[in-house]
Ligand binder design. Structure first.
Ligand code: ZN
Length: 330
């Protein structure tokens, strides 16, 4: 095996001591004045630029460098105990690399995680907040934002702000859960857990693996969501035929009973937070014969029930209410 490694391989395991350090292909400024080294990958950067953004780097550069005798390109070497991948991402973000600072462009989950992890460790507030804001857009705290992320027409998630090769929403949610627990991000957990409950089969052999820390909340959540969705957003069929002003009580009552049977027999987590249009698409063969009074009452109750269920979503996973889910608090 070659002693030299490409930077792309450097995020897996620390390098052995004999390995020759590799210069980063992306971060090597010829007029830089300090070399950062992480996992045997070296990055030539400017002290003043990093110190301007990070009080931790500023303090670090003031300290005597442990590796002065191994200067590279005439620059002292500072060893960091981070992954090379994280250092590359955070330095490129600080230097304003256009692939990293395009607000609407998609960043991979690895970059977003590096922004938050490194932003927190090195006290780079704007980088940490930029990463967090992307996470919060994909795993939101408001039902209206959740709805905006989901294409009701074809039932697909829209998550262009964070992406990765071959990654689906379930993979992203699982990576986000791991990051949330590592960095103390609570606000995104309900939406992450919801996606795991909806999209994972929970069979032992299936991937991606659910992190151990999320197994309890998600197992609880699966049972709770099935119960709660019938009590909140799908409780309107029980009122059909008894709605004030109903134009055909017997017919609407019969439709309500039929819907209840369908909903109880075929209740699925995949229909949690279905908007009314999708309910009509799924059960239209029953709903289309309702009288106009019952139909609009049903829609109103469904919309209100969705809001009630969203309000109770954190509790379904054993979490405190939305207002108590603060980020970066111990
Ligand atoms: Zn009616």
């Amino acid at each position: 095996m070659s002693k030299r490694r490409r930077t792309g391989d450097a995020n897996d395991s620390p390098a052995s001591e004999e390995e020759t350090p590799t210069q980063s292909m992306e971060v090597w400024f010829s007029d830089g004045n300090i070399v950062l080294q992480a996992q045997n990958v070296q990055f030539k950067v400017h002290k003043s630029v990093l110190a301007k953004h990070s009080s931790v780097f500023a303090d670090l550069f003031e300290m005597p460098h442990t590796n002065d005798e191994q200067s590279v390109d005439g620059c002292p070497v500072v060893e960091l105990h981070d992954s090379a991948e994280d250092i590359k991402h955070v330095v490129l973000t600080i230097y304003g690399d256009k692939a990293y600072v395009n607000v609407e462009g998609a960043l991979s989950m690895a970059v977003v995680a590096a922004m938050i992890r490194m932003g927190q460790k090195y006290d780079i507030e704007h980088v940490k907040e930029a990463g967090l804001s992307r996470l919060k857009r994909v795993f939101p705290q408001q039902l209206a934002d959740w709805d905006r992320n989901f294409d009701e027409g074809d039932g697909l998630y829209l998550h262009t702000i964070i992406c990765g090769p071959d990654e689906g929403m379930l993979d992203l949610a699982i990576k986000a859960i791991e990051l949330a627990h590592e960095c103390g991000i609570k606000s995104i957990l309900p939406a992450c857990y919801l996606i795991v409950c909806r999209d994972h089969t929970f069979r032992e052999e299936d991937t991606p693996k659910i992190p151990a820390i999320a197994l309890g909340p998600c197992a609880l959540g699966r049972a709770e969501l099935l119960r709660l969705q019938l009590q909140t957003m799908y409780d309107w069929p029980g009122a059909l035929g008894a709605v004030e002003g109903c134009l055909q009580e017997l017919e609407c009552l019969a439709i309500g009973r039929g819907l209840m049977i369908w909903l109880w027999q075929y209740a699925r987590l995949s229909q949690t937070f279905f908007q009314w249009e999708r309910v009509v698409k799924s059960y239209g063969f029953l709903i289309e014969d309702l009288c106009t009074i019952c139909s609009s009452a049903a829609r109103r109750n469904h919309d209100e029930g969705r809001l009630d269920l969203w309000r109770d979503l954190p509790a379904a996973f054993g979490l405190h209410g939305w207002n108590h889910l603060k980020d970066f608090e111990s």
